[in-house]
Design a protein around this ligand. Structure first.
Ligand code: BGC
Length: 808
């Protein structure tokens, strides 16, 4: 099965590139990047900073290499002047490049792909071991050949450590070798075109110091937020800590480098290990981050022991999460996705106050948290449900901010922000930059109120999956109540129709943020928003009903819930408006059918990745057209499936049969530009039950996201929502595994043509393995499960004991 670049090894668990492509390097740095949930490091060539400084970007992307280290959840402030106003938003700052490492023969040039002939090259991601690997065989100007084998990891055992290991072999020479290392604090954020006008210099007052025992440390402040960060490093050669007296240091702008000269024997590998620690003033209770970072590095054992500890921490979880398939390309494609999700939602991040950034911990979308956790969380928690709790608690910790936002918008309950960072306040900038013409366009996406429904959805599904009633009683129910209250107060009774309307919102499709020519932004009765509001209102009421009496009473007191509120939610849910086309299919919002029709949405903005930007360069707006960026109505079918959509609509008094459902899907598909990475995979899920062939075609196209050279924006950060959804679609849509409170539902509809897949999951502490293809789907209960589980098939329910299987 096609859909991924690089090549798979025999086990399908190594993504590798066997030739150097300067024009693809920035994307590979991202896709081969490593993280542990607290740190993320792009896989940039460590030698480039010394061997070819011009190829390394300090602040722009007109370069081959963009070294970047990011601390999860660390945001600075970015500002820009836009149309006379000041735009402000939180941004994840790019930290100093602490992975500088290069070698040369004395008197020669530092070796790198620009300064020497590249005889052999390989850059790979070893998923099973959680390592990035590089091999370079370089021939210098004097004709001698040197091999560098690089192993890099971001420790899954220690949240603060990055380790870079080089084995250098002088293939056909011997003598002296210079080793250069350093930390370059002369970096700005600059890889995202559309964020470029934002203030990007986040590192201020950087200074470098060396300790008497041979460590180097860079310390700096963030420009706008009172946080100090220290990056300490140690270099060991052949397992020995190098003595500070051996080093020769030199400074460049905000950067300090060091050189040590030593002998190297022909064909006798020389091992150079660089161990880096990053600590911020937020990570340390009493010590200064400089002391903390230096102590971390000083106390770190030899790199091979760090690598062992990393392997021990990484492997067990990975073995459970890893997907198997005889089709090596599919296996690799799915595993690379699972890998990146595990690098973000990890046992380390579970203990920190961290949400799930839409693009991972890189600069894309400033590192903000959107609604994408709706897609990422099910995969992040697939084999370890407890990992979901971290991101869910991130939302709970910001419940008060959401309450304040509701109140300042004249609403009750909790109004969660569309884009969230540290405080939980709205981070959506008022304007966004159009890189095609340099204009600032109004950004109204803060009106995507549906983010509240995605948080509610995650709470309900986490509890179904984990059985964590304590979480529900202590935190989840309170959030559900406050989100339901928000929907209730946003809904206004329309005296003419006798139904409730929700106005002034935007659905997932961001190409419609208002009516053409209207004075204020926002739409009336976005179908996705309203149906998900119905779902939340009903779910919140059900949860209240099911809470033990004591907990319910405590919650009622805590949030001052009036006794008639839950009943009022039910009334609103059964009378919320949903717009329909004349043929009975769901319309995206009130008035969508009056907009101008487009015969071929994909050819509307030829050669441009964003139709809204293109249309704006012509003085127009996508609001005028029936042109849809990503699934909106269709999202309902992805989440609720046809059965759920019909049931909610019927409970709201609408007649909505199978044909209308079918027509709704067709109406949407014909208008979509698929300019969000979430688009095609959502279509695959939404169509899985009704049109497996079309669904699989979308699935295959979705496999290309981030994996096609010179396309998309993977270099800015990976599209985690799209990555995770590929796995969700396999497990929940194709294999038809759904978590219920008392059972697992299992109704496979495997698309013919999708190779056999084997993947594990955990439901309420019981482990299962799914093996499925078009001929047969099986669920195996692990031998060490501690109880029998009911598995609900289409026509019957079977009890599956530990070690047993069920086939469909
Ligand atoms: C999509 C949003 C998504 C965001 C971050 C946007 O392009 O329209 O739905 O949340 O990207 O991934």
């Amino acid at each position: 099965m096609r859909g991924i670049d690089g090549s798979a090894d025999d086990h399908g668990d190594v993504l590798s590139f066997d030739s150097f492509r300067p024009d693809d390097e920035l994307r590979r740095e991202s896709i081969l990047g490593l993280g542990n949930g607290a740190l993320f490091v792009r896989a940039s060539a460590p030698e480039a900073r010394l061997a070819a400084p011009c190829s390394v970007s300090a602040n722009g992307i007109a370069s081959q290499h963009y070294p970047g280290i990011y601390r999860a959840g660390l945001y600075d402030l970015s500002t820009a002047k836009a149309n006379g106003a000041i735009v402000r938003t939180a941004s994840v700052p790019r930290l100093p490049n602490a992975t500088v490492l290069a070698i040369r023969r004395p008197g020669g040039a530092w070796l790198g792909s620009n300064s020497a002939e590249l005889v052999e090259y390989r850059h790979a991601l070893d998923l099973c071991r959680g390592l990035a690997l590089r091999t370079l065989v370089l021939r210098d100007a004097s004709g001698t050949t040197t091999q560098i084998d690089e192993t890099r990891f971001v420790s899954y055992a220690n949240p603060f450590l990055i380790v870079l290991r080089w084995t250098v072999t002088a293939c056909d020479w011997e003598g002296l070798i210079d080793i250069g290392t350093g930390t370059d604090a002369n970096v700005c954020n600059g890889i995202v075109d559309s964020q470029r006008p934002l203030e990007s210099a986040h590192i201020v007052d950087a200074s470098h110091a060396d300790t008497v025992d041979g460590l180097s440390c860079a310390v700096f402040r963030l420009a706008a937020i009172p946080v100090t960060v220290a990056v300490a490093a140690r270099v060991d050669v052949d397992g020995q800590r190098t003595d500070v007296a051996q080093w020769q240091a030199w400074d460049e702008e905000h950067a300090r480098f060091r050189l040590v000269r030593m002998p190297i024997a022909r064909r006798t590998p020389l091992r150079i290990d660089r161990i880096v620690a990053v600590k911020t003033s937020r990570d340390v209770a009493s010590a200064h981050p400089v002391d903390a970072a230096c102590n971390e590095v000083r106390g770190a054992p030899h790199a091979s022991r760090l690598q062992d500890a990393h392997r021990r921490a990484w492997t067990p979880g990975w073995e459970q999460s890893r997907i198997d398939s005889e089709d090596a390309a599919l296996r690799l494609a799915l595993n690379v996705r699972a890998f990146h999700v595990r690098q973000t939602v990890s046992p380390i991040s579970a203990h920190e106050d961290l949400g799930i950034p839409a693009r991972g911990w890189q600069e894309g979308y400033n590192g903000h948290v959107f609604w994408d956790d709706l897609f990422v969380l099910p995969e992040g928690a697939r084999t370890q449900p407890a990992l979901a709790k971290g991101p869910l608690m991130y939302r709970y910790e910001r419940l008060d901010a959401a309450r304040r936002a509701a109140s300042s918008n004249g609403l009750r309950g909790a109004l969660y922000p569309w884009r969230s960072a540290t405080t939980g306040d709205e981070e959506t900038p008022d304007f966004r930059y159009n890189p095609l013409d340099g204009h600032w366009m109004r950004d109204n996406t803060h009106l995507e109120r549906h983010v509240g429904a995605s948080i509610a959805w995650n709470i309900v599904h986490y509890v179904r999956m984990s059985g964590d009633d304590v979480y529900l009683r202590t935190y989840g129910a309170e959030m559900m109540v406050e989100i339901a209250r928000m929907w209730a107060s946003l809904s206004k009774l329309n005296a003419t129709s006798g139904r409730y309307d929700i106005g002034g919102v935007i659905g997932p499709d961001e190409y419609h943020d208002g009516y053409p020519g209207a004075a204020a932004p926002g739409l009336l009765n976005n179908a996705y928003t309203n149906v998900m509001a119905m779902w939340t209102l009903r779910s919140a009421r059900d949860i209240l009903d099911e809470l033990p009496a004591e907990d319910r009473a405590a919650l009622v007191r805590k949030v001052d819930l009036a006794h008639d509120e839950p009943e009022c939610w039910r009334t609103i849910a059964s009378r919320l408006s949903v717009p329909f086309f004349d043929d009975g299919s769901i319309s995206q919002f009130e008035g969508f059918d009056t907009l101008r029709e487009v015969s071929d949405p994909r050819s509307f903005s030829p050669g441009h990745s964003r139709t809204d930007w293109f249309v704006e360069t012509k003085g127009g707006t996508t609001n005028a057209w029936q042109l849809v960026k990503q699934p909106d109505v269709l999202m309902l079918f992805y989440l609720l499936r046809e059965r759920g959509v019909r049931s909610l609509l019927e409970q709201a008094g609408y007649r909505f049969g199978r044909e209308a459902a079918q027509r709704s899907l067709e109406q949407c598909l014909g208008r979509m530009t698929h300019e969000s990475s979430l688009s095609r995979i959502v279509c695959a899920g939404a169509l899985a039950g009704t049109d497996p062939k079309k669904s699989l075609a979308f699935f295959r196209r979705a496999l290309e996201t981030d994996h096609v050279p010179a396309s998309g924006s993977a270099q800015e950060g990976l599209h985690l929502g799209s990555h995770a959804s590929l796995l969700n679609v396999v497990l929940h849509h194709y294999a038809g595994v759904r978590y219920e409170t008392d059972a697992i539902a299992f109704e496979p509809g495997w698309p013919p043509g999708l190779p056999r897949v084997r993947m594990g999951f955990n439901w309420r502490g019981q482990r299962f393995v799914l093996c499925a293809d078009a001929a047969k789907a099986e669920l195996h209960a692990a031998h060490d499960n501690d109880r029998t589980v009911d598995v609900r098939l289409a026509e019957r329910t079977v009890c599956v004991a530990p070690g047993d299987s069920v086939n469909v």
